[in-house]
Design a protein around this ligand. Structure first.
Ligand SMILES: Cc1ncc(COP(=O)(O)O)c(C=O)c1O
Length: 471
């Protein structure tokens, strides 16, 4: 299909994330390693590993080989009453990695969270506490877009207002902060009442709602609170898991074993959709029948690729790679400290938080012009393929961001010499921001990548505060 036709028909018919209908999006024709090939011939760095997923880079030969081998043998078979080697192999590996003996496969991170919530509620009933029907979490969290998942997302920045009266009412503690860990935990514990079945958090890094880091001591404290009250601790490791923060799982880095853990995103190295919810033997024992069963559950193709992806992590130098990226980000982003509200780095996550909202379309355009990323508001990227060039590429990204921040700081928010006031504001917003109802809902129409720009989850909310997660 001609690229112009792709764009046109996409605009007419295809709905993109967190947007109204009829947005304009950049056609991508191929991916390779850290690069996306755009239909207009440009080759740009995928600055957010396609929403944190492509941890080995795109098209890693080991994953291609696993997919090719598996698709020739068996692409899919239902999981009800049947099983297969790719699922069993993957489950076994996940059990070894997490120390949690039971694995429930599903098709996306949001569904993995739904399953975790079901597990917690069914467990509570199973142990004689049917009155425990709510979850406790902290503000500024993000856990997905399905209904139970949305109910534990940040109640202000999330979509609660859109779904008022429809979402389950959960219990919210203030957003985590690292001053006065003890005080914070005391206040947190006061929220545990007879209706709370479990605590769910993103351990150590709250990702999509602002890329905030917190003291691992908070995670340890939450584990203790859960133990004191006999309730479950659910670690949502969908974003933080599999090496992102420099630990294989952030909760383990905090020295804490959860009762339930969700993994997704990087599980298949970004090849296809697969997620898993794991739990302890105690949780499983209290649940007579787990009432969930996606049609493509434990899809053999996805499991085979995920197995190969975990093999790569097991055999590879991910820890050293992440440390190297972390060091590069620290050096590369340091000069921004004077221009930004905050600069922070953890593992392969770099964040530049601006004091004022950023214009995502402009930054997307500027990043594309630098060839350093389709979607500048994107979340960091964990290692792509280990090449010596990689560090230089990360530095290039950081340098491009420095230039952008300097522009913003000095009032040229467009990278073209115009000031913010000179410009029609509406179409300049990232359509992804429509997820935040307080943000404008205009579609991107100028063809500069807004429709596919940035990290949807971080971009629009982060943009509100000027948060810019970096490559
Ligand atoms: C912590 C966390 N949980 C859950 C999800 C939802 O995952 P998915 O987009 O695969 O449904 C995300 C996605 O960004 C996430 O970051």
């Amino acid at each position: 299909m001609d690229p112009a036709d792709i764009r046109r028909l996409d605009h007419v018919h295809v709905w993109h994330p967190y947007t109204p209908a009829h947005t304009t999006n950049l056609p991508v024709t191929a991916t390779d390693g850290i690069h996306l090939r755009l239909a207009d011939g440009r080759r740009v760095i995928d600055a957010m590993s396609s929403w944190w997923a492509a941890v080995h880079g795109h098209g890693h030969p080991a994953l291609v080989a696993a997919a090719t081998e598996q698709i020739g043998r068996m692409s899919h078979v239902m999981f009800g009453g049947l099983t297969h080697e790719p699922a069993v192999r993957l489950a076994t590996r996940l059990v070894d990695m997490t120390g949690l003996p039971h694995v429930f496969f599903s098709d996306s991170g949001s569904v993995a969270v739904e399953v975790a919530v079901k597990m917690a509620l069914q467990y509570s009933r199973g142990i004689g506490h049917p009155e425990r029907t709510r979850l406790l979490t902290w503000r500024s969290g993000y856990h997905g877009d399905t209904f139970a998942a949305m109910s534990v997302c940040d109640p202000d920045g999330g979509m609660h207002s859109l779904w008022a009266g429809t979402l389950a009412e959960q219990v919210f503690a203030p957003a985590p902060h690292t001053d006065g860990v003890g005080d914070y935990l005391d206040r947190f514990e006061m929220l545990v009442d007879a209706t709370v079945a479990a605590v769910i958090i993103e351990p150590v890094v709250q990702g999509a709602d602002g890329m905030r880091f917190h003291d691992p001591a908070l995670v340890a404290g939450i584990r203790e609170i859960c133990d004191r009250h006999g309730i479950l601790y659910i670690a949502d490791e969908i974003a933080t898991g599999l090496g992102r923060t420099g630990e294989m799982f952030a909760t383990h880095g905090a020295g804490v074993q959860p009762d339930i853990m969700c993994v997704g995103k990087a599980l298949t190295g970004g090849f296809m959709s697969l997620a898993a919810t794991l739990c302890t033997a105690e949780v499983a024992a209290a649940i007579p029948t787990l009432m969930h069963g996606p049609t493509l559950m434990a899809n053999p193709l996805a499991c085979a690729v995920a197995g190969a992806s975990l093999d790569l992590l097991a055999a590879g130098s991910w820890r050293a790679d992440v440390a190297r990226i972390e060091a590069g980000l620290r050096v590369g982003l340091e000069p921004l400290r004077g221009l930004a509200e905050d600069v922070r780095v953890l593992g392969a996550i770099g964040v530049v938080e601006m004091a004022e909202p950023v214009d995502t379309a402009t930054t997307t355009r500027a990043a594309l012009a630098e060839g350093c990323g389709c979607g500048p508001s994107g979340v960091s990227s964990t290692p792509c393929r280990p090449t010596s060039a990689r560090t230089r590429r990360w530095r290039r990204s950081a340098a491009a961001w420095q230039r952008r921040c300097a522009h913003d700081h000095h009032g040229d928010r467009h990278g073209d010499g115009r000031r913010q006031d000179d410009r029609h504001r509406g179409p300049g917003q990232c359509p992804a921001r429509s997820r935040d109802r307080r943000a404008p809902r205009q579609a991107g129409t100028d063809g500069t990548g807004r429709g596919g720009c940035g990290d949807h989850r971080g971009a629009h909310r982060g943009a509100r505060r000027g948060v810019r997660p970096l490559p």
